[in-house]
Design a protein around this ligand. Sequence first.
Ligand SMILES: [Ca+2]
Ligand SMILES: [Ca+2]
Length: 310
Amino acid sequence: MRRGFTLIELLVVIAIIAILAAILFPVFAKAREKARQNSCLSNQRQIALAIMMYTQDNDEALPDAATVWQRLELPPKMFICPTKGSRVANAYIYHNLVAGLALGDVKEPDTTVLTADGKHTATPASGFAPATLDNVLYDPSDYDLRHSGGAIASYVDGHLAWAKTPPVYSGYNAEFYEGQAITGAPKVTRFDNRISSVDWPGGKPDPAITTGAFCGRWEARIKVPGGTYTFTVGADDDGQAWVNGTQVYADWNGTAGGGTATPITLSAGYHHLRVDYRERGGGVNLSFSVSPAFPLLTTPPESVVRVRLN
Ligand SMILES: [Ca+2]
Ligand SMILES: [Ca+2]
């Protein structure tokens, strides 16, 4: 006798199919996102390459932020991230703090972002005028964390990586000297993300500095919006700061305290900053601030895990 499916059997089959679908759909969705991510990665690789080719023809200077996107002769589809959707004509951002720099001035090309997944319209923090160029990376809030909770970025050395929070260029060339004067060859040279004694275990900037009396010097090429700035070195003993050779903070009197800040008006663009610190002994306390603050000096140090993609 021919027998059809009972209602129960039919329901069981439907339930099994529903369960399988529930298990597999997220897998399919992830696979689709992975494919979109790969397409985005490939776009950014081409964009980074185009920027580097332009740089080579431009006396080794990176393009400026205002015109970078017009200069890249790439098909428009290269600027579309499939995850973001085709309505956004350019889903990428170019790092403002490397814009216009000579390649040789980028001290850590392997950790310095060139381009990244960005929000269509950059949103610099208030007060950072002149500011609102589209598709420019001003600060970490401009990253669009659209790929698995993170962003893909290209770096100045040519590699690409995914990170939850890609770093923003920020740092100083630091030198440390033993003794009370900044003379001769430094005992330690390194790259610091900020000027502060907070990270110094036992009050020593480096294990190579063994004496209680030592000096530190930090130098950076800073990029600022035009305005009047007040630089302050908080030092328990002595600190001083110079911008383009003009002293903007003075406290080199050999005793605790005693600093005077002289505000300086700076044009928009790049300036040279130098900060000196002298520690005579006892407590060690160093801080540095600029008012109004600007991104180079306020970005937190890079401590993010990056996943290299090429
Ligand atoms: Ca002093
Ligand atoms: Ca001291």
